[in-house]
Design a binder for this molecule. Sequence first.
Ligand code: ADP
Ligand code: MG
Length: 149
Amino acid sequence: MANAHLENPIPTTEWFCESVAKTREAGCQLAGLLRGGEVLSLEGPLGAGKTTFVQGLAEGLGCRAEEVSSPTFTLVHEYPDGHLPFVHLDLYRLESPKELAALGFDDLLSGSTIAAIEWGDKFPEALPPHTQRLVFSMDGDARKIRRLP
Ligand SMILES: Nc1ncnc2c1ncn2[C@@H]1O[C@H](COP(=O)(O)OP(=O)(O)O)[C@@H](O)[C@H]1O
Ligand SMILES: [Mg+2]
């Protein structure tokens, strides 16, 4: 089965990032563990470092990381040109799962595409069962990222 690896979660359960650069580095490091088809739900308050982490993910996946910005207004950014296809979503401004369907959510998440979904916990029932949840929290300039079991 092509996507059998999706049954095994990423091994790291926690990152502690003392700076923006460290948060970005954590994303880059995680990118090296992904094999395709993973769905990451990035959860936690505004400013907790979700978009910064995605910049690192994009860099690690060989995408043009400098183009990564918060998709709060555009909702979806697709990066087809890296080692693996990558899509970055932000559900912050969505009001219903219907809007998600209208974005073509299921098609975006297909095949070997890696998805990073900010505010993925807004519509948990819309996420595939193999979704891995990363919870971001902040303490001054430090950010903690914890993978839920
Ligand atoms: N250790 C850190 N990691 C990430 N961002 C940090 C850190 N310390 C301070 N910041 C600041 O916090 C904000 C994080 O923003 P962002 O990544 O867009 O968060 P989110 O997407 O969760 O709303 C930025 O303004 C950044 O400069
Ligand atoms: Mg963000």
